[in-house]
Design a protein around this ligand. Structure first.
Ligand code: BCO
Length: 540
């Protein structure tokens, strides 16, 4: 395999390796960062050129498989043409301009990746969302982001239409489907007709790239704005140590589109290394499908939420063989040492923990090849300097419990979010002295390994999803049976935590069958907000 050539940093020009080694061995926040960076032109097009010159393994860049057994394989040159066509669709047919925001809510279908790179080529700011979003969630996202466009698929198009009249700024609706729909542009038709000539916009590292919605302890999800620095960061030497992918690798990140782990894990990480990103479109999460896929396809690396590994371990994993798998990484929540042991027994591999948030991307990791301390989430990944600090912002010594924090002064490191959009108050609440505070508690040991202990606030982490208790309480409050409710995270052997709700019933419902009522309230929450937030435990 080949490593990313440093010529990808267009504005720096080709640089001798020894010089880079020196540049990148400097301390945090002091790296020489190019002024301009666009992942599409600087990385994707670089690999397309390498392919053309026969300098990349003849592997697809995107290898997509679905339940029916359909497969799509696109190399970097094909992806280049298709994403340039997509860029033309976005600007010419959709009338979107650089800086406009585009919400994309799609399942794992190939067009998701075309549109994401298309946004980079045109300078559109991408707002990805999970397909579990409901009408209310979509309305909130459209209104708060003032998105000019939305792309979705057949299931959610009527849902978007049900709220679109309350979003006057929404100019363009794009449907990705075989069928067409009134009032919607038909992506596949437009793509076929679009020109493959497109000049990628030049973007500064600080220019906005992507916005993730993220839940907090109170209020509605915040818009976490990232610049191109998020994508650049994966190309920096220390980040490249996390997975150590090569262009001969086939990497499968199972995170659901909409989350930062999916964006970084299915696009930025594999493609910056020239590797193949493997995607398995599943109509429903199914451990058996995952195990069969892993034994059938030559996948070399898996990245998934820890719950996914736990769910696979519950299955008859020992009857499967994964002949090509060389590396497994888990993020989003902590793993227990015994789960680590079980995965090792089943596959012969260690699971390498990765820690991060929507605000921070990949922050801390047990990088590939690094000494493993079971139960530790590894070391900070430069340019992030992580420390454990007290409630006044003072650095605490090894072995002392405190707040997990990232240094932002004197220099805010590349790859850290730019702030919560339109919310300077909540942004400043994340800052304490010289640090960004993650809201997580932990310790550091003498060797710089971090150990996660829990949340500082009452945000729930259920199978890798960040859930604000008030979002669930508000959803419950919309049901006539609910007088009051309180929602907490409850420890769970598989999901780490599950949402647990205590409900005080209104007088009319007190005589109702409690089991039936519990099911009804659970279904109600699944309908009014994204179903992953529903209380799996509910006490009436
Ligand atoms: O358990 P139930 O069946 O009663 O309900 C489930 C689903 O069946 C249901 N559902 C899912 N999609 C739906 C739907 N219902 C209606 N319409 C839909 N479109 O709703 C419940 C959703 O719960 P779930 O998503 O937890 O489902 P499931 O099947 O148990 O999935 C398990 C996991 C592990 C695959 C899932 O929880 C998951 O994907 N977790 C990982 C999330 C993730 O990627 N987190 C990373 C965030 S980024 C980050 O942390 C930074 C790291 C650097």
């Amino acid at each position: 395999g080949l490593c990313v050539s440093w010529t990808v940093y267009g504005s720096l020009g080709p640089r001798p390796r020894h010089l880079l080694a020196r540049t990148f061995s400097r301390k945090w926040g002091d790296y020489e960062i190019p002024k301009e960076f666009n992942f599409a032109s600087d990385v994707m097009d670089h690999w397309a050129r390498m392919e053309k010159e026969g300098k990349r393994d003849p592997l697809p860049a995107l290898w997509w498989v679905n339940d029916k057994g359909d497969e799509i394989k696109w190399n970097f040159q094909e992806l280049g043409d298709l994403t340039r066509q997509t860029a033309n669709v976005l600007t010419e047919n959709c009338g979107l301009q650089r800086g406009d925001r585009l919400i994309i809510i799609l399942p794992r279908i190939p067009e998701l990746w075309l549109l994401s790179v298309g946004c980079m080529r045109t300078g559109l700011v991408l707002l990805p969302g999970t397909i579990q979003l409901t009408a209310k969630d979509i309305l909130y996202r459209l209104q708060s982001s003032k998105a000019k466009g939305i792309v979705t698929y057949e299931t959610l198009a009527p849902v978007v239409d049900s709220v679109a009249s309350d979003c006057p700024q929404l100019k363009t609706k794009v449907l990705v489907s075989e069928n067409s729909r009134d009032g919607w542009l038909h992506f596949k038709t437009l793509l076929k007709a679009a020109s493959i000539d497109h000049t990628c916009v030049k973007t500064k590292v600080q220019d906005p790239l992507i916005i993730f919605f993220t839940s907090g302890t109170t209020g509605l999800p915040k818009m976490t704005l990232h610049s191109s620095g998020l994508a650049l960061r994966s190309c920096l030497p220390s980040s490249r140590q996390i997975l150590k992918l090569m262009s001969s690798d086939i990497s499968w990140c199972l995170s659901d589109p909409g989350w930062i782990l999916s964006f970084v894990g299915t696009m930025i990480e594999p493609w910056n290394a020239g590797a193949c990103s493997f995607i398995r479109d599943m109509s429903q999460f199914n451990p058996e499908t995952i195990l069969k896929t892993l034994s059938k396809f030559p996948i070399t690396c898996t990245i998934a939420a820890s719950s996914v590994y736990r769910m696979l371990l519950q299955f008859n994993i020992s009857s499967y063989k994964f002949p090509t798998l060389k590396h497994s990484a888990a993020g989003g929540e902590m793993l227990l040492p015994e789960e680590f042991e079980k995965w090792k027994k089943a596959t012969g591999l260690n699971i390498h923990e990765i820690y991060g948030q929507s605000e921070t991307g990949l922050t801390c990791a047990v990088s590939r090849g690094m000494k493993i301390k079971k139960g530790s989430m590894g070391k900070a990944i430069p340019p992030f300097e992580m420390q454990i600090i007290d409630d006044k912002g003072n650095i605490l010594p090894p072995g002392t419990e405190g707040n997990i924090a990232i240094r932002i002064k004197p220099t805010r490191p590349i790859g850290l979010f730019s702030g919560y959009l339109n919310n300077p108050e909540k942004t400043s609440l994340t800052e304490l002295g010289d640090f960004y505070v993650t809201g997580d508690r932990g310790t550091i040991d003498e060797e710089g390994y971090f150990w996660f202990l829990g949340r500082y606030d009452d945000v729930i982490n259920a199978s890798g999803y960040r859930i604000g208790p008030s979002e669930v309480e508000n959803a419950l409050a919309e049901h006539p049976a609910v007088a009051e409710s309180a929602v907490i995270g409850f420890p769970d052997p598989i999901r780490g935590e599950v949402v647990k709700a205590f409900v005080v019933l209104t007088p009319e419902f007190r005589s109702h069958d409690p089991d039936k009522l519990v099911r009804e309230l659970q279904q109600h929450v699944k309908k009014v907000t994204a179903p992953y937030k529903y209380p799996r435990m509910l006490i009436v």
